[in-house]
Every structure is written in C-alpha cells, then in structure tokens.
Ligand binder design. Structure first.
Ligand code: ADP
Length: 355
C-alpha cells in the first residue's frame, strides 16, 4: 500500500505531440482513483508514466515517499493489468499467476501459497490447470488480476480492464473489482472512457480532456457540481441538457418557449449576466412531469424502471428521464418543468460553471 504524489507531470512524445499537461494529484493510501475521458485525452499516457513504461518529460512522481521519476518500471513496486490481459498462451493459469514470482526467485512454497490464495479470492481454483484459450473472457481477466495480486504491489494500475468484455460481464467484473478493492485496500489507479465505471468504482475521479485535467473530485461532487461544460456533459447519462438562455432585465431566463424563473440565490449569481447569455444545464432526471412548459414528444424510450422522453420545447431539443413507465407517442404534448434546486449555469465564453 502506498500514497502517490503526481507533481506537474508532462508528456511530450518524440513526434512533438504533447499528450499530458501539468498533471497534478496527491493520492491517498488505499484510494481508488479513476482517470476518465474520451479516447486520446491522455489517460493511458498518464498511467504509463506512473508505471514507468513511458518516460516522464517533466515533473515529479513520488510513490510511498520515494522519488521514482527516473526509476525503472520493475523497481517501482506496482502491478499493471492491461485491456488485452497479456497472458502467456503456452502457460497454465497457475503458471501465468506464479510466473513473476518465479522470475524474482521467490521460494516455490511461498509462490504456491500466494497463487492458491489469489485463485481462491478470484474463484479460479478449479481453473488452475487450464490454458488461457480454454477460458472465457471474464476468467482471463481474473487471471490477469490474479497475476497482479500475487505480487502484493504497493499500487495496482488498470488500463481499460473491462473493455473487451460484453456488457453483462462488464457489470459483474466491475462489481468484483470493487469488492476486491474493499478486501485488499490497495491503492488503485484505473483508466476508462466509461463514466459509469468511473462513478461506480472511484473514491475520486479525474476527468481529462485533450491532455488537461478538467476536474478532480468525488463522484457526487462531479455529478452535482461539474466545474465546466465538458465535465457536465461527460458525467451522467443521458448527458445534461444544455440550453443557451438570455438573462432578462427582470431576472428571469428565456430562450423562445423555454422559460425559467431562478431562485433568489440563482438571481444573485446571475446578476452580472443581466442582458447576456448563459448556458443553463438541466440533467434529464431533473426535468419534471408537470410544469409550465410544453414538450412536444419525438421519441419515448422505455428502460424498465424509467422512461426517456425526447422532445422539443419550442425549438430546443431536450431529454427527460421520468421514473415511470410512460407511453407517449410522437406529437403528444406534455407539460414539463425543471427542478430549480438542480439547475446548473455556465459561462458561454469560458465554459466554466458560474458560482
Ligand atoms: P487515451 O488513453 O486517453 O486514449 P493516450 O494517452 O493513449 O490517450 O494518447 C494521448 C495522445 O497522445 C493522443 O493524441 C495519442 O495519439 C498520442 N500518443 C499516444 N502514444 C503515442 C506515441 N507513442 N507517440 C506519439 N503520440 C502518442
């Protein structure tokens, strides 16, 4: 177990591409950190710099009190689990899991004990004599995790470990990883493009875009208080409705048929924007059935415990998430409203949250 300090990490590749800009984060011992963002935003590069698989162009990396910025990967005492599992095809599950300990020259009895203990945790005891190709995707993923566990590393690094699994297996493996972390309490840094994995797994999430950290916080902080429009759109599904609104002289907001009467606190917040545009953000789940605006339904999607109703208020397209089974038809007109305590506002120029 260990805490990490990532100080102003920068990565410029040989071709001149800067993949990561001034990445800074202090990670607590035992914390589960998820780096999330769209493809190409620099997540893997950051993880690989921590692993020692990519050179750090500038900045400093401290793991467990040791400056490891220029230390070889093998000396950093971390274990990485890759998306493609990287198992040895000619070795059994048992050999795959014990291999790194054998290489280190560990006592065979101890290696055996560690492999058996990891197999027990991961439900692989019956699979130890099989070769990887005889296993399902989920089992292979477990072997890859087992190989990391036996090393008892200070830090686990996961690079999109669930991306190769089908949706159902992804869900169950995700829960297994969470349970595993609750049991082992080892520091984890986990990379994914999937905001659901970020929300469900992380103690703290780091949202990245184009090499820059956009926001760092607990899942609830990012969900309730996104720092900018990028985070607001990236976290939460379906994404937040974003409606440009003009702040009128009387303090109310309007864009065609979309009208909003702010609370007193919101009025004060928006006072400097009088006469100007702001972007109003409303999550689909914060649209209410019943209210003063008319929504013309385009599409009704039943998802079991809730319904997504897509439609137009005037010219603006919005999505509403109602916790009912609804059966609206295209062209139906329904009254909707907005939960005022849940509305977000953003500056259209800086894209930053207002307030
Ligand atoms: P992510 O993991 O978020 O998908 P990456 O860290 O893999 O993003 O990549 C970040 C950026 O760095 C991308 O623009 C990518 O094309 C670039 N990049 C990644 N690896 C290399 C490399 N070896 N050489 C040059 N550019 C690279």
């Amino acid at each position: 177990m260990a805490e990490l300090s990532l100080q102003n990490l920068n990565k410029v590749y040989d071709n001149g591409v800067q993949a990561v800009f001034d990445f800074g984060l202090d990670i607590n011992d035992g914390e589960f950190i998820v780096l999330v963002g769209p493809s190409g935003c620099g997540k893997s590069t950051t993880l690989r710099m921590i692993a020692g698989l990519e050179e750090i162009t500038s900045g400093k990396l401290v793991i467990g009190g040791r400056d490891v910025t220029n230390m070889a990967a093998k000396d950093r005492d971390i274990a990485m689990v890759f998306q493609n599992y990287a198992l040895y095809a000619h070795m059994t599950v048992y050999e795959n899991m014990g291999f790194s300990l054998m290489l280190r020259g560990e006592d065979p009895d101890e290696t055996h004990e560690k492999v058996m203990a990891a197999a027990e945790i991961l439900g692989l005891t019956d699979q130890l004599n099989k070769k990887p190709k005889q296993l399902s995707g989920g089992q292979r993923q477990r072997v890859a995790v087992g190989r990391a566990i036996v090393r008892n590393p200070k830090v686990f690094l996961f690079d999109e470990p669930l991306s190769n699994l089908d949706a159902k297996l992804r869900g169950s493996m995700r829960r297994e990883l969470k349970l595993l972390h609750q049991r082992l309490k080892t520091t984890i840094i986990y990379v994914t493009h999937d905001q659901i994995e970020a929300l469900t797994l992380a103690d703290r999430i780091v949202v990245m875009d184009a090499g820059h950290v956009q926001q760092i916080g607990r899942p609830i902080e990012l969900y309730d208080h996104p720092a900018n429009l990028f985070v607001a759109s990236f976290i939460g599904l379906p994404p937040m409705n974003r409606i440009p609104m003009r702040v009128l002289k009387d303090g109310t907001l309007r864009n065609g048929e979309v009208r909003y009467a702010p609370t007193d606190a919101q009025r004060a917040l928006l006072a400097p924007y009088s006469g100007k545009l702001v972007v109003m953000g409303v999550r689909p789940e914060d649209m209410t059935l019943g209210g003063s605006m008319q929504l013309i339904v385009r599409l009704n999607e039943n998802l079991g415990q809730h319904t997504l109703v897509h439609g137009n208020i005037g010219k603006k397209r919005v999505v509403c998430k109602f916790m009912d089974w609804c059966e609206y038809r295209p062209g139906d007109v329904i009254n909707v409203g907005i939960r005022s305590e849940k509305v977000h506002f953003f500056d259209p120029d800086t894209t930053n949250a207002i307030g």
